[in-house]
Design a protein around this ligand. Structure first.
Ligand SMILES: NC(=O)c1ccc[n+]([C@@H]2O[C@H](COP(=O)([O-])OP(=O)(O)OC[C@H]3O[C@@H](n4cnc5c(N)ncnc54)[C@H](O)[C@@H]3O)[C@@H](O)[C@H]2O)c1
Length: 324
């Protein structure tokens, strides 16, 4: 099978590429390296088992001719390319919307034209400001005002979902929508606001671990290889077409406790420093207090379970950052 991965030089994309190369497939990557890096693909390019089956194009998904060629060539498309990360969205407000809305529309249009199955990676952010848990795919969506720009990421991902569903309804496009909750593991960068790599790197420097707000906000974390298994199982399942699925972990932890656990696991001489949101981000920021997925739907359809616990995830990230 020929698999196209947009954003394949990114954190999740590079693990997905590895999984399909391991299975013996051909993998085509398009990535403009805006937040991804060729370092993520270098071990795969250097591996003689994979080298001849990995094709990397450093280009933007907004390049129509390139996307035409790649979509025509491949059998299935994983669309991961996006502006990602709260800090990145706040720093690049217009570019982010263009990539996430216009870019996704182009990918879907070409998949419809060539009748190729496509899976898109939406986000738990689309749920907005819920306090209850777990979040179910059919829950309502609650956003802040457009003056609080962080909601543009959620709104752009929601628009991607609507566009995919509209193509499915009107053209029969085999679109699958996933809502990823915090995904973590080796190769993730802390540069754009991702909490675990950022806190681990602070701990390894014996610097204070900066926790935003009062630290009582909670999250679940999923190991990237568990997420990749979920994505490929859905891609292979006809029953997933035209549907929306949460993919996430089930172990809820406050960010304050996460920071304490990272200090303990690294043996760092660090303290935790609480930073008010208005200092950490611009004034147009709002956080979500809880974000815990129901994974009943994906479990029921493809038997998905996140098997890697937080302890193991943290150790993997610490080991990776120590090596790099
Ligand atoms: N990591 C998470 O916790 C998480 C949570 C929810 C959703 N997601 C979604 O999963 C996908 C992958 O995220 P990730 O965590 O691997 O982030 P990432 O930043 O590592 O990956 C995104 C990739 O897309 C590339 N890209 C951006 N704009 C592009 C363009 N115009 N053309 C080509 N490539 C472009 C980047 O260079 C990067 O390699 C994204 O769609 C993201 O919204 C991730």
């Amino acid at each position: 099978m020929r698999v196209l991965i947009t954003g394949g030089a990114g954190f999740i994309g590079s693990h997905l590429a590895e999984a399909y190369l391991e299975k013996g497939d051909e993998v085509y990557v398009i990535d403009d390296l805006s937040t991804g890096t060729m370092d993520n693909l270098a071990p795969l390019q250097a591996d003689e088992r994979y080298r001849s089956r990995l094709f990397v194009h450093v280009d933007t998904i907004l390049n129509h001719d390139r996307m035409l060629e790649l979509t025509g060539t491949c059998d299935v498309v994983f669309h991961l390319a996006a502006a990602v990360g709260v800090q990145y969205i706040l720093d690049n407000p217009l570019k982010s919307i263009k990539i996430n809305v216009e870019g996704t529309e182009k990918v879907l249009e070409l998949c419809a034209k060539f009748k190729k199955r496509v899976l898109i990676t939406s986000s738990s952010e689309v749920y907005g400001k819920h306090l209850h848990a777990p979040l179910v795919e059919t829950d309502n969506i609650i956003y802040g005002p457009s003056s609080k720009f962080r909601w543009s990421y959620a709104a752009s991902k929601l628009m991607d979902e609507f566009t995919a569903l509209a193509y499915f309804r009107t053209t029969g496009l085999e679109a699958i929508i996933t809502r990823l909750f915090n995904t973590v593991g080796p190769r993730q960068t802390g540069a754009y606001g991702m909490v675990i790599p950022r806190l681990v790197s602070q701990a390894l420097d014996n610097a204070p671990l900066t926790v935003y707000g009062d630290g009582t906000q909670t999250r679940t974390f999923t190991y990237v290889k568990d997420v990749v298994r979920g994505l490929s199982s859905l891609m292979a399942c006809d029953g997933a077409v035209g549907e929306v699925f949460n993919i996430g972990g089930t172990e809820e932890i406050s960010i304050l406790n996460l920071a304490r656990r990272i200090i303990q696991k690294t043996g760092a001489a660090s303290t935790v420093e609480l930073i008010p949101y208005e200092k950490a981000y611009a004034k147009d920021f709002e956080d979500m207090q809880r974000r815990v997925p129901s994974i009943d739907k994906i479990r029921g359809l493809v038997g998905y379970e996140p098997v890697t616990d937080l302890e193991t995830i943290l150790q993997q990230v610490i080991d990776y950052q120590r090596r790099h």
